[in-house]
Design a protein around this ligand. Sequence first.
Ligand code: AP5
Length: 215
Amino acid sequence: MNDKNYKIIMLGPPASGKGTQAEFLSEKLKIPNISVGQLLRDEVDKKGERAAEIEEQMNSGGLVSNAIVNELVKNKLSQDEIKQGFIFDGFPRIRIQAKYLDTLTDISHVLHVEVSDQEVENRLSGRRTCSECGDVYHLKFNPPKQEDVCDKCGGKLETREDDTPAGIKKRLKIYHQETEEVVEFYEKKGVLIKINGEQPIEDVKKEIFSKLDLE
Ligand code: AP5
């Protein structure tokens, strides 16, 4: 059900639910969800020459260099799988990345998922991520059927390395200092859609689907 060539960006603070909602959209529209955070974690797992630098930045809650991130994004955008559209989760995060993306492609919708800093802290302490397929759970709001086991693939659920109090604080600071400028950038372009992220997961999904006319 995708005849429109959706090119969507998910924007929002850490734990706003960008990844969770991007997966719903990906399933509905049958287009890939490209999580730049996950691409970077994959680079770390491959243990290539840039792995140590990426890991250090991510674990501290800081941003990975533009050179690395832009190259990963450019490679993704050259692949056949994105010809029918895509969802970017976590990119762009700073104005210079948004300008770079502008040189590569046009964006159809930017979903800005809004949540308070307090809610971010509540959510990140309960997040668990599958070490095999990356599926995301929450101990209270979206628990797996069996403790510490992924419903989808049976992989072991883990806490992310950057979900520490210091890492969360730094990611929130970067969001307010840098990513809010990206929100303004897309608002001026007329493609920004505001989403109330402080509702139960299913209600956020309904709001997104309704605002994209997907129901
Ligand atoms: P990334 O992996 O993108 O992390 P993030 O932006 O901090 O976002 P999160 O993944 O923490 O949260 P989310 O909004 O996806 O929420 P989720 O759905 O998981 O990036 C990690 C790092 O990579 C960055 O810090 C940086 O170092 C680097 N990086 C990435 N992109 C970069 C870039 N462009 N440039 C440079 N560096 C970059 O949900 C969170 C939890 O809440 C889950 O447990 C979920 O189950 C739960 N939840 C979700 N929705 C709800 C709800 N409505 N109610 C209750 N609980 C909910």
